[in-house]
Design a binder for this molecule. Structure first.
Ligand code: THU
Length: 163
């Protein structure tokens, strides 16, 4: 049996300097989306804004349900919405923002495992990195891509080939 070691490392750095106009556009869209979240159970409102390669910004929020597992996070709602609306478009960037009744979360949140898997599938399908931005009250982090920063050693469509 071949045994080779695999090592994984990831790091995120806060943005130094001011956000770009594009950052501001995505932050506004994500904040507006979060304000429309359906989160009566957690009261944790999340907004995600996707910048598509056709120039459109598509944003959506988390959608909860009394049967808790039936709800969906903002990231997956946004990717599915973007895919449903513009199936051919690539998602160049996805910015994620979250707030509670006390205001924006201080430290930016990162997507849950299930969302990472869905983001990865889109990234693989479009054949180009989807840059992720994480937005908190004081910090903005930019990640170079889903596979690169959020889901190394991932299960991808090619994994089904069994090679
Ligand atoms: N949530 C998101 O929408 N995105 C995340 O990255 C983490 C969690 C939602 C799911 C649920 O509606 C609420 O936040 C609390 O977990």
């Amino acid at each position: 049996m071949n045994q080779h070691s695999v090592s994984v490392s990831t790091s995120i750095k806060p943005l130094s300097g001011s956000p770009s106009a594009e950052d501001e556009r995505l932050m506004l869209a994500a904040r507006e989306a979060a304000a429309k979240a359906y989160a009566p159970y957690s009261k944790f409102r999340v907004g995600a804004a996707a910048l598509l390669d056709n120039g459109e910004v598509v944003a959506a929020s988390n959608q909860e349900n009394a049967a808790y597992p039936s709800g969906l996070c903002a990231e997956r709602t946004t990717v599915f919405y973007a895919n449903a609306k513009y199936p051919e478009a690539k998602i160049l960037r996805l910015l994620i923002y979250a707030e509670t009744d006390k205001g924006p979360v201080r430290s930016p949140i990162t997507p849950c495992g299930a969302c990472r898997q869905v983001l990865l599938e889109k990234e693989v399908a479009q054949g180009a990195p989807m840059r992720i931005s994480l937005c908190g009250a004081d910090d903005l982090y930019h990640l170079p891509g889903v596979a690169a920063a959020l889901l190394p050693l991932s299960f991808v469509p090619k994994s089904l080939d069994g090679e």
